[in-house]
Design a protein around this ligand. Structure first.
Ligand code: SF4
Ligand code: SF4
Length: 341
């Protein structure tokens, strides 16, 4: 099913109060939980940092097996971690994904191991950057020299004119002003920007709750978005962050797979799984079995302000917001880069 038809289907179902695990928008793969950073805010959903979450890793052959089954449901693949570039067979995994038919592959990385060759092999790159202040950022990431290295990488990658290069910042009480500078840096360099607040398990970081500086930063991001800067979050999402809004979560609009092939359900924040994708001839049957029928009602009392859950759930509820965002992206996400500090 084409992407617009999937959106329409989810919207019609949403309008009659139904949700479905069918027609996912993408397949999100945690290639590894290992990482070469130890960010202060890292949280795999359970309060544990990703690198502390033990999971065996699959080989490229095993991923190819899973990809063949998954690509029938979506040809959009998101590679993440941990730090996905620490997977020994990363490049081979990308090759396998292309071979089986994924047409859009994104990479979510901390940037330390990113090379121009790897950047050229994927369709979108999201690099973490929480501050331009090297010392402070190294402290947040718990690794000396890491920020300088990531900035050097961004300088190498950005001039390649990758149309979907994005910098993502995690907002903490101690880096609110720094994120504002990262936003300006992205604006000057025509790099797409996104940001989201730090979470503790499923909740907004308590020090951001009702925090005026945090709210002012969201206003600044909103303003940049309205001025046509390349901010990759919907206006509804940003307003929702500001209101600390509750939302009706649709966690399986994207299917998520852990490093050992386990299928995540309903979401990574709750860290629950429903069997291994290697073992199911068609992984949709794992959802079917678990949900006992085609539809399920997930009445989650949490409201994790993570864009990958909140923004996507908002978009389904608000068709106009979705159309506006689609037009905005067509207009703004297609030009090259020139570095400016
Ligand atoms: S880069 Fe990501 S996975 Fe690694 S420690 Fe930081 S938040 Fe965790
Ligand atoms: S709000 Fe969504 S992402 Fe958060 S715990 Fe509930 S189902 Fe999971």
């Amino acid at each position: 099913m084409s992407f617009p038809l999937k959106i329409l289907t989810h919207q019609i179902l949403g309008a009659i109060g139904k949700k479905t695990f069918h027609y996912p928008f993408g397949i999100y793969v945690y290639l590894t939980f290992s990482c070469n950073l130890r960010c202060s805010y890292c949280d795999g959903g359970t309060g544990q940092k990703f690198p502390e979450m033990e999971k065996s890793e699959l080989s490229s052959k095993e991923w190819e097996n899973i990809f063949r089954k998954m690509v029938r449901h979506s040809d959009v693949l998101m590679l993440s971690g941990g730090e996905p570039l620490l997977h020994k067979e990363f490049s081979e995994i990308v090759r396998c994904a292309r071979k089986v038919g994924f047409t859009f592959i994104s990479l979510n990385t901390n940037g330390l191991l990113l090379t121009p060759q790897i950047a050229a092999s994927v369709d979108a790159i999201i690099i973490s950057l929480d501050s331009l202040d090297r010392e402070k950022s190294d402290r947040i990431w718990n690794r000396q020299g890491a920020t300088e290295k990531v900035l050097e990488t961004i300088q190498k990658i950005a001039p390649m004119g990758h149309p979907s290069l994005m910098i993502n910042s995690v907002i903490l009480p101690e880096n609110i002003k720094d994120v504002s500078k990262v936003l300006e840096f992205c604006g000057k360099n025509n790099i797409a920007f996104s940001a989201g607040p730090a979470l503790l398990k499923t909740k907004l970081h308590p020090s951001l709750k009702g925090n005026t500086d945090y709210h002012n930063l969201i206003d600044q991001i909103l303003e940049a978005k309205k001025k046509g800067k390349r901010v990759a979050a919907t206006i509804d999402y940003l307003k929702g962050l500001k209101r600390e809004a509750k939302f009706d979560c649709q966690p399986v609009l994207v299917w998520r797979i852990y490093p050992n092939g386990d299928i995540v359900f309903p979401c990574s924040r709750l860290n629950k799984t429903i069997g291994n994708a290697l073992e199911w001839p068609d992984p949709i049957d794992a959802f079917r079995k678990h949900c006992d029928g085609n539809f399920f009602q997930l009445d989650c009392k949490e409201s994790c302000p993570l864009s990958c859950y909140m923004d996507v759930s908002f978009m389904i509820k608000r068709p106009l917001s979705l159309i506006r965002e689609g037009l905005f992206r067509i207009k703004t996400f297609s030009s090259g880069h020139r570095m400016m500090y």
